[in-house]
Design a protein around this ligand. Structure first.
Ligand code: SF4
Length: 273
């Protein structure tokens, strides 16, 4: 099954893949930046940001020597700013310890700030052609349907099974294209709602399709418990100027500017019992 599945999906990918600017480069740095930007962000939004970022910071060294506030400025509007800070930190680490070149091994990539298993797998496979697996939301959904992997998103056993499946499937020719083809299928055909199975290039190998279980897999994620947050905000003005403070780097809204605030009930914020 593995060989047929790989051949069918790669053939489909070659025929239908979207023409994206980072797919036209072989530069590991450009591929890395695209992978970081694409996390939690739609492809359409990333295109312009990636082009502007690469125009201003064309390589690791130019990014490493920039001021973090300029990096954050170019990231402005893309959200999840810790990604930009980690990108900057990782560029500095690469400039110092790897002579400005991204290392071509998963273990060395995992040592860098902001690199988790997904990013290391993406850079290793797409930029360096290594048989490194990756699992993101799209891949998890596709694999759970193809292989009828049970369990809700976030469950540990399911995650282990997904990574094991991704590891088994990535070995073979063109591992980077294989990983991209899984992500592409999840983004365009095997979507969370109403997947277009009749247009799917691997429906003959898909367990959920054959068993009529597409609507059941994956089951919905268990809702996270909401945490109530009380925040007290001070507003201080002098003429036309307003006092702003920068939040701690770590934690909620890390590093962002805001009106000075304090968390907790008003009595504890004022130091009363
Ligand atoms: Fe997804 Fe349907 Fe294709 Fe199976 S047949 S992989 S459920 S789109």
């Amino acid at each position: 099954m593995k060989q047929t599945l790989r051949a069918d999906l790669l053939r489909w990918f070659d025929r239908t893949k979207r023409d994206l600017p980072w797919r036209r480069t072989k530069d590991p740095y450009g591929i890395w930046v695209s992978e970081v930007m694409l996390q939690q962000t739609q492809v359409d939004r990333v295109v312009n940001y990636w082009q502007r970022f690469l125009a201003r910071f064309p390589d690791v060294r130019s990014l490493a020597s920039a001021e973090v506030k300029e990096v954050l400025g170019l990231w402005s509007g893309l959200g999840y700013y810790s990604r930009a800070r980690n990108l900057h930190r990782a560029a500095q680490a690469i400039a110092t310890t790897h002579a400005g070149e991204l290392p071509d091994s998963v273990d060395a990539l995992l040592e860098l700030p902001g690199f988790g298993r997904y990013t290391a797998g993406a850079v290793a496979s797409i930029a360096f052609g290594l048989e490194a697996p990756l699992v993101d939301g799209n891949v998890a959904r596709v694999l759970s349907r193809l292989l009828e992997i049970e369990g809700a998103p976030g469950e540990r056993e399911r995650e282990k099974t997904l990574w094991a499946a991704a590891t088994a499937l990535v070995s073979g020719e063109r591992p980077g294209d294989w990983n991209q083809s899984l992500m592409e299928l999840g983004a365009t055909v095997c979507t969370p709602q109403n997947p277009t199975c009749l247009l799917c290039p691997v429906r003959a190998e898909c367990g959920a399709f054959i068993q009529g279980r597409v609507g059941e897999l994956p089951p919905p994620k268990k809702a996270a418990k909401r945490k109530r947050l009380e925040l007290h905000v001070a507003f201080a003005r002098k003429g036309r100027e307003v006092l702003l403070a920068r939040r701690e780097e770590k934690g909620l809204f890390g590093g962002l500017w805001e009106l000075p605030s304090t968390e907790g009930a008003l009595s504890s914020a004022l130091g009363k019992k």
